[in-house]
Design a protein around this ligand. Structure first.
Ligand code: NCD
Length: 320
């Protein structure tokens, strides 16, 4: 087994073999989940705390379900009701929680880099559930598993990531993961929604959907992240849908068996036509949610093994 990381903070520092190890294990968990087989011994005796400083539906729910299926004691901190509202800093909150000796800390935060900072202050495994526009590693991993299962491989595929790339941590993590696994990544969107200097990431850039989708294997749509916009990035939602919203006509430029993905939450009629999102022959959006649980189980399982090994070595007085 090759998975050496202590934390899962981003895709950036993962080796391709670590990605494969994690996806292989997640694939097994996905099959067992379908059979209703739980593995409560894996995280037995471990405490998992979920700290979400930003709204979340699927990520928080799937981390909770993943922890429970593996037998962890899971606690969801209600961050809206916490001392943060009374002016406590992120680090003070983290140190307070750390003193309660958790084993796994799952953190979502609106500021890029906040989760990395927190990981330096605690002595448990930290999983990044999305930090600002920076990274969302478990989303990229669940997307990768969904693609691998649908296409039978995760290399030499042509993948278009479309829409609001500039504000998207999902896009950043996916660009890195898909690049590491030797796929061809295209970014498609209006110039205002593509980050400057993006060509340096080894991607091709398109401003026209039909050109960008030509012959791709995977079409990954992104939500317009209005909460991260501080000005007029698009003329109007109607105009945006007309030019960049995924509908049957634009999708017809992709390969006939191309799959459609979206991390959720979706804005129907803005970045995607509802009928495409619901088309079970093309859309794998529900499969993405399903793989989310399996990937988070695999991530916490692997980190817990490393945590136990490190603690065991520490107890035995060995330097690791
Ligand atoms: C994404 C996120 O929060 O970054 N959602 C998710 O985790 N499934 C994408 C988004 O909010 O648009």
């Amino acid at each position: 087994m090759t998975f050496r990381a202590q934390h899962l903070l981003g895709i950036e520092h993962l080796h391709p073999s670590e990605i494969t190890t994690l996806l292989d294990l997640a694939d097994k968990y996905a099959e067992d989940n379908r059979k209703g087989r739980a593995h409560r011994g894996v995280l037995e005796g471990l405490t998992q705390i979920n700290m979400f400083f930003e709204n979340s539906t699927r990520t928080q729910a799937s981390f909770e379900i993943a922890g429970k299926r593996l037998g962890a004691d899971v606690m969801n901190m209600a961050m809206q009701a916490s001392s943060i509202k009374k002016g406590e800093t992120l680090i003070d909150t983290a140190l307070t929680l750390n003193a309660m000796r958790p084993d796994l800390l799952v953190v979502r935060h609106p500021h890029s880099g906040a989760v990395d900072l927190l990981a330096q202050k605690v002595n448990c495994a930290v999983l990044n559930a999305g930090d600002g526009r920076h990274e969302h590693p478990t989303q990229a991993l669940l997307d990768a598993l969904t693609i691998r299962r649908a296409k039978g491989r995760l290399h030499r595929l042509s993948i278009a990531i479309c829409g609001d790339v500039a504000h998207s941590r999902v896009a950043r993590s996916n660009i890195m993961l898909l690049g590491k696994m030797e796929n061809r990544v295209r970014l498609v969107g209006p110039p205002t929604l593509l980050p400057s200097g993006v060509e340096d990431l080894g991607v091709e850039v398109f401003h026209d959907m039909r050109e960008g989708l030509e012959d791709v294997d995977v079409v990954m749509m992104l939500r317009l992240q209005k909460e991260r916009m501080d000005g007029g990035f698009i003329p109007s939602e109607r105009e945006y849908f007309h030019r960049y919203g995924l509908d049957a006509e634009k999708l017809s430029h992709a390969k006939p068996d191309a799959i459609v993905m979206h991390p959720g939450p979706m804005n129907r009629g803005v970045e995607i036509d509802g009928t495409i999102a619901d088309d079970i022959n093309r859309s794998v959006i529900q499969e993405q949610v399903e793989m989310g649980v399996a990937v988070r189980m695999a991530a916490m399982d692997l980190l817990a093994r490393n945590l136990r090994a490190a603690r065991g070595a520490q107890a035995a007085g060995v330097m690791v």
